[in-house]
Design a protein around this ligand. Structure first.
Ligand SMILES: NC(=O)c1ccc[n+]([C@@H]2O[C@H](COP(=O)([O-])OP(=O)(O)OC[C@H]3O[C@@H](n4cnc5c(N)ncnc54)[C@H](O)[C@@H]3O)[C@@H](O)[C@H]2O)c1
Length: 376
């Protein structure tokens, strides 16, 4: 694993737990973690259960006891590490957004395609696909319970940038993060829209804004401020290939909303609604039922028949955020063991990247409708 802070801790949790909860053909072994600061990476290895520590990701990729490289660094290093790891014969899990640009994502998807021919697997860390309620929503849509989809309404709202004195960390600098709320949060809801609907976004019309344009430099430069070079919020509408319409909101300035990933999907036979702040629940309205007794009902997604739940606790005992990373590790290990392609693939990550690029282009032109290139 490369990088050991927020996602590094969450992924470590996933790798440590997956083989103990699920019956898997492969058991992960936490061989080595890489960072840039020797003392800090050794401490992280001890805390998170990694057997060895490296201070250069290239040394990690070169190790014979590493078969899979898990990339948990900011977007500016994803392409270089992923392509090197794939070319060195390793399987790869890469955090989202796949890259900081479409060109980088294309190079990564090509490397993954070449690697696939050699039996390697590459997956993007769109972990929200692994929330059981969202996986169950996907199942209901695929079974036709919603019929033809008309509207998808997705929002991902957080509030940690409301404070104008929050420091100018890497997430607020284009050269490191690629974009702001758009790539950080918008990438997740674009992936979910395309995954749940089973079809690509084909065009967008977007507005984006940076509300706080200067922030204090992180520790070490007291009193100095620097320019924010990414969006604080991005709002956009889009069309899906089938003609369904979608709306998206990504912001880190929604005071009081902590991790409110919300979606509602309306089809001709019914609707689904979900809120990550109540992640064990899915709301479902079956529009084919008699109007007098129909309406949204709350499904507690903790039954053994629900996705991933047969390996966990008795009904009603509930899962949380960290379990998405256990499920991600499980799904990736099953793909590696079965020689099957993993989803979301790097090609899926590239398609999200194309949507993000179209959103930025549209926002620069004050919401001019901008098509998204969709491969045949
Ligand atoms: N799936 C999710 O829900 C989710 C949530 C948060 C972040 N992310 C993604 O995960 C990635 C990391 O985000 P984070 O929140 O963990 O950030 P973070 O700042 O908490 O951690 C980043 C880590 O990468 C290390 N790092 C940076 N450059 C490096 C390099 N060249 N070599 C080795 N280590 C390097 C840093 O030292 C740090 O340990 C980003 O792509 C982000 O978009 C995904």
């Amino acid at each position: 694993m490369v990088g050991y802070a927020f996602m590094g801790a969450a992924h470590s949790q996933g790798w440590r737990t997956a083989g103990r909860v699920f019956d898997l053909p492969l058991r992960p072994r936490l061989a080595a973690v890489a960072g840039r600061d020797g003392a800090a990476v050794r401490a992280a290895a001890a805390q998170h259960g990694w057997a060895a520590a490296e201070t250069d990701w290239r040394a990690l990729v070169a190790r014979d006891d590493v078969q899979l490289v898990d990339i948990c660094t900011p977007g500016d290093s994803h392409a270089e590490i992923a392509v090197a790891a794939l070319d060195a014969g390793k399987h790869v899990l890469c955090e989202k957004p796949l890259a900081n640009s479409v060109a980088e994502a294309e190079a990564m998807a090509s490397a993954a395609e070449r690697a696939r021919a050699r039996g390697q697997t590459a997956m993007v860390g769109f972990n929200y696909r692994r929330v059981p309620a969202i996986a169950y929503a996907r199942r209901l849509i695929a079974e036709g319970r919603l019929g033809t989809l008309r509207h998808l309404r997705l929002a991902y709202l957080q509030d940690w940038l409301v404070d104008p004195d929050f420091p100018l960390t890497w997430r607020l600098r284009r050269e490191h993060a690629g974009s702001g709320a758009l790539g950080d949060l918008g990438a997740h809801i674009v992936d979910l829209a395309q995954h749940l609907a089973g079809e690509p976004v084909t065009g967008v019309s977007a507005l984006a804004e940076t509300f706080v344009r200067e922030r204090p430099l992180p520790a070490g430069d007291p009193g100095r401020r620097g320019r924010v070079t990414v969006d604080d919020a991005a709002l956009f509408t889009g069309r899906l290939a089938s003609g369904a319409l979608a709306s998206f909101e990504a912001t880190r300035m929604a005071a009081g909303r902590k991790n409110a990933l919300r979606l509602e999907i309306n089809g001709e036979r019914g609707s689904l609604a979900f809120d990550m702040e109540r992640l064990n629940e899915l709301s479902f309205h079956d529009h084919t039922e008699p109007p007098a007794s129909s309406g949204f009902r709350r499904i507690l997604v903790t039954e053994p028949d629900h996705p991933y739940l047969d390996a966990w606790w008795p009904p009603g005992h509930g899962l949380g955020y960290e379990h998405t990373f256990v499920h991600q590790a499980r799904d990736l290990l099953l793909a590696v063991a079965g020689g099957a392609p993993a989803a979301p693939s790097f090609a899926d990550g590239l398609q999200v990247q194309r949507v993000l690029a179209a959103v930025e282009e549209s926002a620069e032109k004050n919401a001019v409708y901008t098509p998204v290139p969709v491969p045949a």
